[in-house]
Design a binder for this molecule. Structure first.
Ligand SMILES: Cc1cc2nc3c(=O)[nH]c(=O)nc-3n(C[C@H](O)[C@H](O)[C@H](O)COP(=O)(O)OP(=O)(O)OC[C@H]3O[C@@H](n4cnc5c(N)ncnc54)[C@H](O)[C@@H]3O)c2cc1C
Length: 240
């Protein structure tokens, strides 16, 4: 079956060392961090991991992060982190981290938000909520999967659109504060969602994946239900 990937549950229970190999700026507030994790057992697009930082005095901080990279067998994974003001872990990554630094990761976690690549996927994300959806989009491209995939991504303005250079015709960006000339400004609305659920709808229907803050997830899932998407085919990941 296209896109089928085996993931070991046992590996998800173990902390592994991840060595930072590269930092790429995506927007003024978000960067991608690439890690070498030689023992990584693989993941499905949409899954996340637990990351742990340990200070010299033994103090630890753990946070969940979605995996941005598609499944592959290179022993590398990528995370994209927003710099949260006053944030302990995101602040360390954005201000202190450098290639060669080691952190610990445990995963992959959460099969519920995973997309194996076997069904039409309608992806809706806002801000860094696009991170797990990008793993799905990259996987779709890398494997040239035959199932349709569409992405609606909401950002404040073009400068804050994470992965802007990577989007193609499958993606519709929605800008809430400022947009390029000729593009309307406003929240994600029924007019973005409804056409995909009528004219663009695949015969078997979509599996919808929504990711972002609590408020955004609430808003997007209401729009989906109002447009006729069955509730049991809406999967939600909340970062809030
Ligand atoms: C399943 C899952 C996947 C996630 N994936 C990602 C991801 O791919 N990329 C990413 O950047 N984040 C992601 N997050 C959020 C991440 O886990 C952290 O919450 C975030 O990085 C903030 O941690 P921190 O230590 O920097 O801030 P903290 O020190 O925990 O918080 C500092 C202050 O910021 C507030 N705050 C915390 N988180 C946020 C937030 N997300 N937005 C606004 N204010 C906040 C807190 O209330 C607090 O006042 C994910 C969360 C979950 C549950």
């Amino acid at each position: 079956m296209p896109g089928r990937i085996a993931v070991s549950n046992r590996a998800a229970a173990l902390w592994q060392t991840a060595t930072l190999t590269e930092i790429r700026r995506e927007t003024p507030h978000a960067s991608t961090f690439r890690f070498a994790v030689p023992g990584w057992a693989g993941h499905l697009p949409g899954q996340h991991l637990m990351l742990r930082l340990t200070a010299d005095d033994g103090y630890t901080a753990q946070r969940h992060y979605s995996i941005a990279s598609p499944p592959d067998d290179t022993g590398h994974i990528e995370l994209t982190l927003d710099h949260v003001e006053g944030g302990e872990v995101s602040g360390w990554f954005h201000r202190v981290a450098k290639p060669g630094d080691e952190v610990e990761v445990r995963g992959p976690l959460s099969g519920f938000f995973a997309w194996p690549g076997d069904r039409p996927a309608l992806l809706i994300g806002a801000g860094s909520g696009v991170v797990p959806l990008m793993s799905m989009l990259r996987h779709h491209r890398a494997r040239a999967l035959p199932v349709p995939l569409r992405l609606l991504v909401s950002a404040r303005d073009p400068e804050n659109l994470i992965y802007a250079r990577e989007y193609g015709p499958e993606t519709t960006p929605v800008f809430t504060r400022r947009a390029p000339q000729g593009v309307p400004v406003g929240r994600l609305a029924a007019s973005h969602v409804a056409p995909l659920l009528t004219a663009g709808r695949p015969p078997a229907g979509w599996e919808a994946y929504v990711c972002g803050s609590n408020a955004f997830a609430e808003h997007a899932s209401r729009l989906l239900v109002a447009a006729g998407q069955p509730v049991d085919r809406i999967r939600i990941e909340r970062f809030g």
